[in-house]
Design a protein around this ligand. Structure first.
Ligand SMILES: Cc1cc2nc3c(=O)[nH]c(=O)nc-3n(C[C@H](O)[C@H](O)[C@H](O)COP(=O)(O)OP(=O)(O)OC[C@H]3O[C@@H](n4cnc5c(N)ncnc54)[C@H](O)[C@@H]3O)c2cc1C
Length: 472
């Protein structure tokens, strides 16, 4: 048994980008040698980089190489297949760690709140994205696309673009990616002809970024359709864009305008961009059949923001399937404060507060990433965010204002985890799974063939319920 009473220990909950950037910053400290344990509810690490980022964006996914390097640090351990709130609690961790950092992301989606939203064939983008990425929570979904001709994607952020792109890609384009095998099969039998992307504001307010809208114009077998009306700016937007000098928005509008004269080029699918429209009602008897939309106009609110408001003009579009992509949302963790309105953990620069805009802190508890600031920003945005939080912990550590754990020994933590869930997964075990996935991919000319259920992952590791994680 080692006597490591002087060791400073931090538990990070969640293994997405924000968790890894926080770990990296803590492990790099020279003054204090900090030991980091990462707890992840899935057997696999990397959060939305594995389960969210689109399979045809392999370059973006390669950031996992950096995270694997961080995980190879001698003072880092990974406990996969361990859910905070069910398997381990805040009180359990407080007995072993000086700090707990929540990096759990935003696990659910926002709803439209319109009639018919719960009809069959009306889905959250979250579900479709998780499904095509092989996230075990979505493995059992059945997105039967045979007989589906018209799809609507509600929202004009990058997630909406991902969904539209994946629906519009050919099986040949997707084959080489790490898209889940069952999704590849389903998409192979897709009858989708038209995908309409709808934004409630105008083209100048769209949240997608330049490469994403550019990519939609370069699809192998899908035309992009933007009519003149949808590419032009209203007076308010034109003035606003000029004043704000928002280069990304200016470029978005330019790219959209470049699509206007293109017309159809004989490709099998169409991606139609519509702006200044909101879904009003989803119509159907036992499944989605149509959608009533309302035309919007923009107005300047008291804070100088351009907001949409409904006009009295409506349209009904025949639609067979709907994906809403109007934002992700955090879910509460047991015994951890939560601000329901924003779907975040209340905090001041990453220090958890007992309530939103309160003053009282939950000593030794911190938060990073989407669950700290809400679901916005790209992967890189999580780095400065995580550093800010980690620095709060380091400052509190200097001031002795952190948790005072009773037992920080390595083995007592492993013992606790093993007792609660013998099938926890270490980082070495994840690397075995990773190797198998890559090998299966190489054998079939794909970048990776993913495991998509927890059971098959445990089986591949020869794990039975009473077995503990081995190695680091
Ligand atoms: C569909 C989609 C596509 C995206 N594409 C891009 C892109 O192409 N480029 C880009 O730069 N950014 C992209 N992003 C944004 C990027 O993924 C996020 O900025 C980033 O993943 C947020 O990191 P995070 O660590 O806060 O959360 P996450 O990445 O969501 O990680 C949270 C982790 O916590 C785990 N967890 C949750 N609850 C618990 C619990 N109770 N116990 C233990 N573990 C738990 C989850 O399983 C997950 O692994 C995309 C986002 C989405 C949704």
């Amino acid at each position: 048994m080692t006597n490591n009473a002087a060791q400073i220990r931090v538990a990070i909950i969640g293994s997405g980008p924000s968790g890894f950037y926080a770990a990296d910053h803590l492990l790099k400290q020279r003054e204090s040698k900090i030991y980091v344990d990462m707890f992840e509810r899935l057997p696999t690490p990397f959060g939305l980089v594995r389960g969210g980022v689109a399979p045809d964006h392999a370059k973006i996914k390669s950031v996992t190489k950096l995270y694997s390097r961080i995980a190879s640090h001698e003072r880092f351990r990974f406990f996969g297949n361990i859910e905070f709130g069910t398997v381990v609690s805040r009180f359990d961790l407080s007995e072993h760690y000086h700090g707990i950092i929540y990096a759990v992301g935003a696990q659910t989606d926002r709803k439209l709140g319109i009639p018919g939203e719960d009809l069959p064939n009306s889905y959250a983008a979250t579900e479709f994205v998780g499904w095509y990425n092989g996230h075990p929570d979505y493995h059992d979904y059945d997105f039967d696309l045979s007989g589906i001709k018209r799809v609507a994607v509600i929202g004009v952020g990058n997630v909406a673009m991902d969904v539209a792109r994946i629906l519009a890609r050919t099986p040949e384009e997707l084959y080489g990616t790490d898209i889940a095998g069952y999704a590849l099969e389903t998409l192979r039998h897709s009858d989708v002809e038209e995908i309409t992307i709808m934004g409630r504001r105008g083209p100048a307010q769209a949240a997608f970024t330049n490469p994403e809208i550019k990519e939609l114009g370069e699809m192998a077998d899908a035309d992009i359709i933007v009519d003149c009306e949808n590419a032009s700016l209203d007076e308010l937007s034109a003035t606003h864009l000029k004043k704000a000098r928002d280069r990304s928005a200016i470029r978005n509008v330019k790219i959209l305008q470049s699509y206007v004269d293109r017309g159809l080029t004989g490709k099998s699918r169409r991606i139609v961009m519509r702006f200044l429209v909101s879904p009003n009602e989803i119509i159907g008897t036992d499944k989605v059949e149509a959608m009533k939309i309302v035309m919007n106009e923009l107005y300047l609110d008291e804070n100088g923001n351009l907001r949409p408001r409904a006009t009295s003009e409506y349209e009904t579009l025949p639609i067979d399937m709907i994906f809403r992509s109007v934002g992700y949302r955090g879910v509460p963790l047991r015994d951890v404060p939560f601000y329901d309105r924003w779907g975040t953990i209340p905090n001041a620069d990453g220090r958890v507060l007992t309530r939103h805009e309160g003053r009282e802190r939950l000593t030794g508890n911190y938060v990073v990433g989407w669950i700290k600031r809400g679901p916005s920003g790209i992967i890189g945005t999580n780095k400065p965010d995580a550093i800010e939080t980690a620095n709060c912990f380091l400052e509190d550590l200097l001031n002795g204002d952190v948790l005072q754990p009773l037992d920080t020994r390595d083995e007592s933590i492993v013992e606790m985890v093993r007792m609660r869930k013998p099938t926890f997964i270490s980082f070495d075990e994840w690397k075995i799974l990773d190797d198998i996935e890559l090998r299966r991919g190489a054998e079939s000319g794909r970048s990776r063939v993913k495991f998509t259920t927890v059971e098959e992952m445990l089986e591949a590791l020869g794990k039975v319920p009473e077995m503990a994680g081995a190695g680091k």
